[in-house]
Design a binder for this molecule. Structure first.
Ligand code: KIV
Ligand code: ZN
Length: 499
């Protein structure tokens, strides 16, 4: 009989901590809904006490998500726990996830606390969190560099205080599969209560062992895996959800594990995350890389044509890769577009379909080949822009190597049209200045980038803008075949997230 593993996805919390992967509230809600569709058991929505933006996004996700548990991170500090509870109080299934570091190096140099004080604090804060929330998880940060006797004691005390899930993180990605297995077995043998609760693991990928370590932990009794989509996360990232799930499916004979994940939603979730953050995966990335199911050599192609299993250990369809061969372009009609969307897992209302179709037609007029990534970009852009207060109506750029560049931008602001002109050294700079004039706002541009989504000179440009306003940072993203339009869209997207 297979053992069921619970999947705890921390893309929105630990994942968001990776460079370039910050998301705004709307994007986080969109991704959370997709994680729910994927069948994730627990969604860690964020660290509520970190900032008002983090608090609001946890609150919004808690209100939207019905099937998955919504977890919120809190240090073992009363104020953090109060904020965490306030943020998830309305969730159908709330969880407070509180943590404190347990390794000597962290206790001495970061917390500046004695081991006894750490145990006392953990116990008190877990008891406090349990007085508020029906489900509390406790994590011993840097567990794999902690003393097993100390861990057994802190786990027993926090379980007595009410923790139902105990997490053993490999915070710095230091352990190895055999060592982690022995370590968990040792703690279990030393602890009175650990076998009565859910054992969770949370592995970082600094040595490329996060997935292997997580699976070794399952053999030692872990029943909850903490992971992220595409393996994003602090430094080298976290264990990748898609790899864990597919190893469990393809090698059930070895691991004897199953999950509630709908594997056919894997590719869509991976693409959604990449199109929101603009951070793609390497082409040879297991499961979700562009080449994961591509057979290049003649011998391999020949084998696959005769019998797919010669070189395929899982089917592309099993992870939601579309092999429908529906190619769409400027001559495709609404029906073909609808079929394509359906094969990609998008279900749009009639009204949404009509709007998306118009945008598709506009793009198909300018672009020779429409890829799935272009369609993902159209749909994501539509969803993210839905409630925008500031909308671009049109812009005109006058630029050249011997003249000063000027930009004229016409915006629709809450139904009212405003047009302004600005000049600067380049077209993007001039356009941003014209927008500032339209909104009569003074923001500081912290970061700006543009890259292509697909291949070719007619590829979609993807722009990310980070700006600072009144001490807070706001990020915006946009795609367009015109790179100035993509840049303006990203700038407006960031401005639209300012409340
Ligand atoms: O890596 C880590 O230890 C964490 C904890 C907060 C669980 O992210
Ligand atoms: Zn972590």
């Amino acid at each position: 009989m297979s053992k069921v593993i619970k999947f705890f996805d921390t893309t929105l919390r630990d994942g968001e901590q990776s460079p370039g992967c910050s998301m705004n509230i709307r994007e986080k809600v969109m991704l959370a809904k997709q994680l729910e569709k994927l069948g994730v058991d627990i969604i860690e929505a964020g660290f509520a006490a970190a900032s008002p933006g983090d608090f609001e996004s946890v609150q919004r996700i808690a209100a939207e998500i019905k099937n998955s548990t919504v977890a919120v991170l809190a240090r073992a500090v009363k104020e953090d726990i109060d904020k965490a509870w306030e943020a998830v109080i309305d969730a159908a299934k709330p969880r407070i996830h509180t943590f404190i570091a347990t390794s000597d190096i962290h206790m001495e140099h970061k917390l500046k606390m004695k081991p006894e004080e750490v145990i006392k604090r953990a116990e008190e804060m877990v008891r406090y969190a349990c007085s508020l929330c029906p489900e509390v998880e406790f994590s011993a940060e840097d567990a794999t560099r902690s003393d097993p006797d100390f861990l057994a004691e802190i786990f027993d005390r926090t379980i007595e205080a009410g923790a139902k899930i105990i997490n053993i993180p490999d915070t710095v990605g230091y352990t190895t599969p055999n060592e982690f297995y022995d370590f968990i077995m040792e703690i279990r043998s030393k602890s009175k209560h650990l076998d009565k609760v859910e054992i969770s693991v949370h592995c970082h990928n600094d040595l490329g062992l996060a997935v292997a370590n997580t699976l070794a932990a399952a053999k030692a009794g872990a029943t909850q895996f903490e992971c992220t989509i595409n393996g994003i996360g602090e430094r080298a990232g976290n264990a990748a959800l898609e790899e864990l799930v597919m190893i469990m499916n393809v090698r059930r004979d070895i691991y004897g594990l199953k999950s509630n994940i709908n594997t056919r939603e894997i590719m869509k979730t991976s693409h959604l995350l990449s199109s929101i953050t603009g951070v793609g995966v390497q082409p040879n990335k297991a499961i979700v890389g562009a080449n994961a199911f591509a057979h290049e050599s003649g011998i391999h192609q020949h084998g696959v044509l005769n019998h797919r299993a010669t070189y395929e250990i899982m089917t592309p369809e099993s992870v939601g890769v579309t092999t429908d061969n529906i190619v769409i372009g400027k001559h495709s009609g609404r029906h073909a577009f609808r079929d394509k969307l359906k094969s990609m897992g998008y279900e749009l209302s009639e009204e949404e379909l009509n709007k998306a179709f118009k945008e598709f037609k506009k793009l198909a007029d300018k672009k020779k080949q429409i890829y799935d990534k272009d369609i993902d970009a159209i749909i994501t852009e539509r969803e993210v822009r839905k409630d925008d207060k500031y909308k671009l109506v049109r812009f005109v750029i006058n630029s050249g190597n011997t003249i000063t560049t000027t930009a004229t931008v016409l915006l629709n602001i809450d139904g009212k049209e405003i047009e302004r002109i600005a000049s600067a050294a380049g077209p993007v700079d001039a356009a941003f200045s014209a927008i500032d004039k339209c909104l009569d706002i003074d923001v500081e541009l912290e970061d700006y980038s543009i890259q292509s989504v697909t291949e070719g000179t007619d590829a979609l440009g993807y722009s990310v803008v980070k700006l600072r306003y009144e001490g807070n940072s706001y990020t915006g993203r946009s795609t367009s075949i015109n790179i100035v339009e993509a840049s303006i869209g990203a700038y407006l997207n960031a401005l639209n997230t300012i409340n």
